[in-house]
Design a protein around this ligand. Sequence first.
Ligand code: ZN
Length: 190
Amino acid sequence: MNYTQLITDSQEHSKGKVCSKCKEHKLLSEFSKRRRSKDGLSFSCKSCSKEYRDSQCRFNRWYVTKRKDGKRAGWEWDIEPEDIPVVRIRETITEARNRKYYSWEAVEYPKVCPILGLELDWGMNGLNNNSPSLDRIDPTKGYIPGNVMMMSQLANKMKSNATTEQLNQFSRYHLFGNNNEKDITEVKVA
Ligand SMILES: [Zn+2]
């Protein structure tokens, strides 16, 4: 262990700065990294940043990430948030330093998977069965108006991994055991 380095490190660690939000003096370790800043750290402390993130519209955060991923994957992206069924947004224009800033938040967005009835988790805590997923109804086409629908990650996986006939067979098996004779459309499901 390099002793001089250790001293320098501990001196650096005991340094801090004032958070632009809560105005408290906090240790540098209380700030996340931000490459574009002069000091390489975020202006506001971690807890203020988290509070800000939590106050943001979850659908907006999800949508912006989804659009970036979709475009990066090479898909045509020609939709606006309101092209997704159920979604309604509110737009806001604020002025600061002689510049206009446009932002939006969703006032209505799907909370439940329309296929499986699972409550959708909009918290962006990784990818789970109940994570929201934007399905391309016709998988050969991109994200274009009329071809998108929200569902759970699980429903989307089932849909994309199996053919319609396989999903039918699966449902028949589930309802009648191994008797694949009956057509699922003959049966009323309670
Ligand atoms: Zn703070």
